[in-house]
Design a protein around this ligand. Structure first.
Ligand code: A3D
Length: 321
């Protein structure tokens, strides 16, 4: 079986970690594209030169020419500016939308059969724009955000309860912004509801609620917390790991049920928009959306998040994109 080809558009902080993780997992040959001369060549040379010590056989190369992504099976896009302290993801809209338009045109031309995972912010709007410009079927275009937001939520729960994060299941729905919706009611530790564990720990329902609410807030602001510490850019290890898990599910046809930014056609009462929801990922990309029952409060929070996504899509239209 021929090796898969994975194109990375953007060779910055996330792009570099993506290339290394993909090589370590030997998911396929990597071609990293960036507009900065020599940057993708330098990064990939550095990674390739670790192949002997890490023991991987895949090729990792860099380019400034879109032609080199020809025939890619999977494309992961991080091209665009990251946030700096004090910025919201939405502040990136104008600049990154222009970049995404060019990227989509080139991916359409050189990798017309690829499945595409987008990481550039503001995430939901960038996924929408890529699909519109490329004309790719909706199942082949998705965004990484829910994986990371959910992993952050699970990490905070594990720390609070003193259990292995491997046993924590927690999911965040909605747009990748301050309105995202961490689902408290469904969060569990190996089937035991997180709220029950918190109530037993604190022997006080009000205190348990206060603690979970604090974790929800920290999850929503987790991106900003990292930016404040890094000062020069945003998180890059965890977004890369999250996207590689999605890539693996697609390339290995794993049928994993993961929170991803996917196109909704009536599911969750949303029609015609990309929003974070649980979906099954396999060799055709987003193979199906998995609905779950939401109570009034959860549905209202999701509706509010969808409203924010719609606002960004409207802003793009005003920009003529
Ligand atoms: P950074 O290290 O700046 O890398 C971005 C790269 O894009 C740079 O190397 C640029 O040269 C390159 N680039 C700029 N314009 C183009 C273009 N037209 N074509 C190709 N490449 C181009 O940023 P980063 O890697 O830290 O972050 C990348 C993006 O991911 C940003 O938009 C972040 O906001 C976003 N991000 C998303 C998440 C999610 O979970 C969704 C998390 C963290 C960051």
């Amino acid at each position: 079986m021929a090796r898969k080809k994975i194109a990375l558009i953007g060779g910055g902080q996330i792009g570099g970690v993506l290339a290394q993780l993909i090589a370590l997992k030997q998911l396929g040959d990597v071609v990293m594209f960036d507009i900065i001369e020599d940057l993708p060549q330098g990064k990939t040379l550095d990674i390739a030169e670790a192949s002997r010590v890490d023991g991987f056989d895949v090729n990792v190369t860099g380019t400034n020419n879109y032609k080199d992504i020809s025939g890619a099976d999977l494309v992961i896009i991080t091209a665009g500016l990251p946030r700096k302290p004090g910025m919201s993801r939405d502040d990136l809209l104008t600049t990154n939308a222009k970049i995404m338009k060019t990227v989509a045109e080139n991916v359409k031309q050189y990798a017309p059969d690829s499945i595409v995972i987008i990481i550039s912010n503001p995430l939901d709007a960038m996924v929408t724009l890529f699909q519109k410009v490329s004309g790719f079927s909706h199942n082949r275009v998705m965004g990484q955000a829910g994986m990371l937001d959910s992993s952050r939520f699970a990490t905070f729960i594990a720390w609070e309860l003193g259990v292995s994060v491997k046993d924590v299941n927690a999911m965040v729905l909605g747009g990748h912004g301050d309105t995202m919706v961490p689902l408290i009611r469904y969060a569990n530790v190996n089937s035991i509801p997180v709220m029950e564990m918190l109530e037993r720990k604190y022997k006080d329902a009000a205190k348990a609620k206060e603690v979970i609410n604090a974790m929800v807030e920290r999850t929503k602001m987790a991106g900003g917390e990292v930016i404040k510490l890094l000062k020069t850019g945003s998180a890059y290890y965890s977004p890369a790991s999250s996207a590689v898990t999605m890539a693996e599910a697609i390339l290995l046809d794993e049928k994993r049920l993961l929170p991803v930014c996917a196109y909704l056609n009536g599911e969750f009462n949303v029609k015609g928009f990309y929003v974070g929801v649980p979906a099954v990922l396999g060799s055709s990309g987003v193979e199906r959306i998995v609905e779950l029952s939401l109570n009034n409060e959860e549905q209202a929070a999701l509706d509010n998040s969808v409203k924010a996504v719609k606002g960004l899509v409207e802003d793009m239209k005003r920009l003529g994109l």
